[in-house]
Design a protein around this ligand. Sequence first.
Ligand code: PMP
Length: 445
Amino acid sequence: MNIVNKPNAPVLDSFWMPFTANRQFKQAPRLLVSAEGMHYTTDDGRKVLDGTAGLWCVNAGHGRERIATSVGEQLMRLDYAPSFQMGHPIAFDLAERLAEIAPGEGDATLDRIFYTNSGSESVDTALKIALAYQRAIGQSSRTRLIGRERGYHGVGFGGISVGGIVNNRRVFSQLPGTDHLRHTHDPERNSFVKGQPEHGADLADDLERLVALHGAETIAACIVEPVAGSTGVLIPPKGYLERLREICTKHGILLIFDEVITGFGRLGTPFAADRIGVVPDLMTTAKGLTNGTVPMGAVFASRTVHDALMHGPEAAIELFHGYTYSGHPAACAAAIASLDIYQQEGLFTRAAELEDAWQTAIHGLKTKPNVIDIRTMGLVAGIELSPRPDAVGKRGYEVFLDCYQNGVMVRVTADTIALSPPLIVEPDQIEQIAATIGEALDRVG
Ligand code: PMP
């Protein structure tokens, strides 16, 4: 099948696309052929403003030459080296760079870095580290993992088990011994809030209820996204993450923040942990780590967690876990170049400085047809639409298509439009994003 009637158009049959309605897509494919700065170019030569930083990952914008050059040079110097029982300097260099920006103090500093290749792998790695840690400190009855409704933690079996998205769970089996907190979306008490909502810290007490139900001695870890992105941008109520931290500490449960989206400046600070002032025991990252250029993830572990696993005979492998491409040289080069750009261009601070303009522009859509809530924090936004009675997600999808036709890339999850522009976005581009969505909402109705 080649239904893109353009020169050099690809044949579409063989690529089984992820999280995509393949048959529908292949009837009317949307193909992006190049990207620079804030814009994509489509296969029919149109410019599309990137309102989503790819999939929440291209924080420094597209086509950064410095990253491409570093990766190319690294591949010519050392393209690959075994990642087990062997090392290469750039993997250590990157870990030191990440340690410099890691949240926490003293033994709670999250400056021990385990490399993965994606957010999903970071999540499953963090869950396994949590289990290994509990066993190492003599708490091997702690095997239960707690997640949260509407959580998205990637697509590994660990991630879907602690995640709370029914479509990702229902077809597959689950890890035994997982349970979930309620999600924090509460439109009765909080709606159209800029930043963190006032009400809902009490929802963290769900963890106390699960402790009462299962026994603390069975629970290894609790994982949450500080801001839940993929299920519609749910901002944590004030005091909620603080309370979760307290309960975890009280009961010997490790707290894991999944910062795959919030890491690397999205909220105007290096990590959500910095913005909110709550330090977890483990933190998962990916996406912005390499500005989306080369697949890579990293788990940040506290010294306490790391050190507990460093006992035993010296020649013994401490953690039976790792990937062929853990700390791949090309990915490390991409990550170091990305960190250089973030730091030299002050992009995390820039995101913080743009937050007011961002929130004002997006909340300006409040009175548009079918908008039932708007949630914003840092350079993230969720615009929730009322679903059509006959089809959940259809209205959102139509808005996405309309925006795309009119030159702005938005993301849609069910009927929530999710936005996360690159941190290099200019004020007039913020206005363009808001105006294009506004017109789409008028048109779609
Ligand atoms: N965790 C979170 C919070 C995410 O948002 C995502 C991806 N959107 C993942 C994990 C999974 O990342 P990946 O797709 O790189 O496996």
